[in-house]
Ligand binder design. Structure first.
Ligand code: DX5
Ligand code: ZN
Length: 217
């Protein structure tokens, strides 16, 4: 049985009392901290940047899984490393030279991921799959938490699972957007390793229990 990871998205956390939510995730069964970085150009929203990542890094006892929804990510790779990112994921659609970007991320000592928007087919990763530590399948259009899961994502996850299993790739498959306890099992069966969950964790009355439920495959 494959390990199932849960990476709660801090986009839905309480920024008035971030320390409490960090502590909650430290104590929970969650595996990573998912941090969504938006620039208002690649996506129609702006979230947070380096000072918040550094602050979270000081208190977090688990790896920081940083999801960049920004154009020209190459400009900032070292700054994300210095801020405390452990895994850095860029969007395929934002990188003209994705191979170079992935090598740059690895060269400074981070795990490297590539993310696909809902309209981008999995096949575009065929020639880079063995270089990737992670592939993030967006199951909503990036930009906001709390959106409805796009059902076509299952098909993409199955295709990606097949691609990874048929090559020497060790990439983990992460899914992000509209993930909750109603689709976690089906996503795992389709081939997912890492569930990102924002509102289904932080908007729940009992976030620790919500994380447990997500892990209960
Ligand atoms: C959306 C972000 C997600 C978001 C997920 O652009 O990448 O990580 O926070 O939120 P939920 O789980 O509420 O769909
Ligand atoms: Zn995300």
């Amino acid at each position: 049985m494959r390990k199932i990871y849960v990476s709660p998205s801090f986009l839905s956390a309480n920024f008035n009392d971030l320390a409490s939510d960090i502590d909650l995730i430290n104590k929970s069964e969650a595996d990573w901290f998912h941090l969504d970085i938006m620039d208002g150009v690649f996506v129609p929203n702006i979230s947070f940047g380096f000072p918040i990542i550094s602050h979270i890094k000081k208190l977090a006892t688990k790896p920081l899984d940083v999801h960049l929804m920004i154009v020209q990510p190459d400009k900032y790779i070292e700054k994300f490393k210095k801020s405390g990112a452990d895994i850095l994921t860029v969007h395929y659609e934002a990188c003209t030279h994705l191979h170079r970007t992935i090598q740059n991320i690895k060269s400074v000592g981070m795990k490297a991921g590539a993310s696909l928007n809902p309209h981008t087919p999995v096949s575009v990763l065929e020639d880079i799959i063995e270089d990737l530590d992670l592939v993030l399948i967006m199951s909503v259009n990036p930009g906001y938490g709390g959106q409805k899961f796009i059902e076509n994502s299952y098909k993409k996850i199955k295709q990606l699972r097949k691609m990874i299993d048929e090559t020497n790739s060790k990439a983990l498959i992460e899914v992000d957007g509209g993930v909750d306890f109603t689709n976690n099992k089906k996503l795992y069966q389709a081939g997912v390793d890492v569930l990102v969950a924002g509102s289904s964790v932080f908007k729940s009355n009992n976030p620790e229990e919500a994380i447990q439920n997500l892990k209960n495959i």
